[in-house]
Design a protein around this ligand. Structure first.
Ligand SMILES: NC(=O)C1=CN([C@@H]2O[C@H](COP(=O)(O)OP(=O)(O)OC[C@H]3O[C@@H](n4cnc5c(N)ncnc54)[C@H](O)[C@@H]3O)[C@@H](O)[C@H]2O)[C@@H](O)CC1
Ligand SMILES: Nc1ncnc2c1ncn2[C@@H]1O[C@H](COP(=O)(O)OP(=O)(O)OP(=O)(O)O)[C@@H](O)[C@H]1O
Ligand SMILES: [Mg+2]
Length: 366
């Protein structure tokens, strides 16, 4: 396959375009219009990950932030924050009568009933690997896809895709956020022979292009799904177009930083949906053409034309990655070696203001 090199648009220009998909804060808006996001995750082992993800969504600016979790995790997550709406509706082996013969679509019912009220889902933070839970979540993925609800898949949510890639293959409204290990597992499941990041480092040559080739190959194997490959820099690809995010991050690798990424992406996906629904006037020129090639995407990013959904998905992924890396940099600057995932949470809004800033219409009210 011909390697497709990444888009060379400067980060300054990209951030200016990101501002166009951030809804202004107007008096006419009602509760919920700036985003209703749900994180699906949280089990007996992990309560931090869904919390970090959902609170990042909230702090970035969505109106309503839900967590749909396993029964035992709910009181714990509720205790972390009264701002989150926590629903104990995710079944597990411990909460169903006969775990060996379950009716997964029926068990997914209470979650599926909530989908019509949600703009975006984040599936996987702290989900765990319970067999019943994963089967139920696979049903939720099918239903969300059939309704074109955008979602982010991370952590144990990626395991579901590793086991059944057809669930997301060809779906243009989702973002996968694998770390190095998760990327390797997905590549193996799809029969892609890519060198590991460690091997790429040893080989010499243009390391960034090799990494973006690997990400592009995986995206293509999944029919053009958007992937954020996390690492020393984040590689974002939808198979035809790639972006590299090398914004400086922190040096502490504490667990849970990926959760700030997924939560931020949830809110950005909700804002992106509002942009395409023309909830407000973005001030861009109308653009009938759907961007298909890398050149089309780059043209939309570097002009004042309205963007196509493919372009805004890449841009949302890039913005989420940027906010996370900048939050990590600021938190590390303040806390050094003691930095924890919760320190990123406190930096999300400052990072947003520094990198993106409020759209002009909001500034008039500040
Ligand atoms: N506070 C919390 O509740 C947290 C919960 N988490 C949850 O924990 C569960 C398991 O997630 P894991 O990420 O541990 O997944 P895995 O259980 O698949 O473990 C991945 C392993 O790979 C290693 N690894 C990560 N990056 C690497 C790199 N660049 N090079 C080499 N090795 C690397 C890690 O140290 C880890 O041992 C998920 O549900 C996740 O959401 C994590 O997100 C961390 C925080
Ligand atoms: N070497 C690095 N240098 C700078 N930033 C990094 C580095 N490695 C990861 N990051 C950043 O840290 C964030 C989390 O990535 P990481 O690879 O730790 O994910 P993860 O293992 O899934 O995290 P989590 O512990 O939340 O599950 C991403 O925004 C990524 O850009
Ligand atoms: Mg992770």
């Amino acid at each position: 396959m011909e390697p497709v090199h990444h888009v060379t648009t400067s980060s300054k220009v990209l951030f200016r375009k990101v501002r166009n998909i951030v809804p202004p804060m107007l008096e006419k808006f009602h509760k919920g219009q700036l985003g209703r996001v749900a994180v699906i995750g949280g089990c007996v082992d992990y309560t931090g990950a869904p919390y970090f993800s959902a609170i990042a969504s909230a702090k970035l600016g969505c109106d309503m932030s839900h967590v749909l979790c396993e029964r035992s995790a709910a009181p714990v997550i509720k205790g972390y924050s009264p701002n989150l709406m926590v629903h104990p509706i995710l079944p597990s082996t411990d909460s169903v009568e006969n775990p060996k013969s379950i009716d997964a679509p029926a068990l997914a019912g209470p979650i599926i009933d909530m989908l019509s009220r949600l703009h975006a889902l984040v599936i996987g933070p702290g989900l765990g690997r319970d067999g019943v839970t994963l089967k139920v979540v696979a049903e939720v993925i099918k239903e969300a896809r059939s309704r074109s609800i955008p979602f982010v898949l991370d952590a144990d949510g990626l395991l579901i895709v590793t086991e059944d890639p057809s669930l997301v293959k060809g779906y243009k409204e989702c973002i996968l956020t694998p770390n190095v290990v998760e990327f390797g597992r997905l590549a193996k499941a799809l029969g892609i022979n890519t060198p590991s990041q460690a091997d790429i480092g040893k080989e010499g040559g243009d390391k960034t292009s090799k990494e973006s080739d690997a990400c592009q190959q995986l995206s293509n194997a999944l029919g053009g799904v958007t992937i954020v490959q996390k690492g020393p820099h984040d590689v974002i690809s939808n198979g035809t177009t790639s972006l590299i995010n090398d914004i400086k991050g922190g040096l502490k690798r504490s667990g849970g930083q990926g959760d700030t990424l997924t939560g931020s992406l949830g809110t950005l996906l909700a804002w992106r949906a509002a942009y395409h629904e023309k909830l407000w006037e973005s001030g861009e020129k109308e653009n009938e053409k759907e961007a298909e090639s890398k050149a089309d995407v780059q043209a939309e990013l570097e002009s004042d034309m309205r963007m196509s959904p493919g372009t805004t998905l890449l841009l949302a992924a890039w913005a989420g990655s940027s906010i996370t890396r900048e939050s990590s940099r600021q938190a590390f600057e303040a806390k050094g070696r003691s930095m924890q995932a919760s320190d990123l949470t406190d930096e999300v809004h400052k990072s947003f203001l520094k990198l993106i800033g409020e759209p002009e219409e909001s500034q008039a009210h500040l």
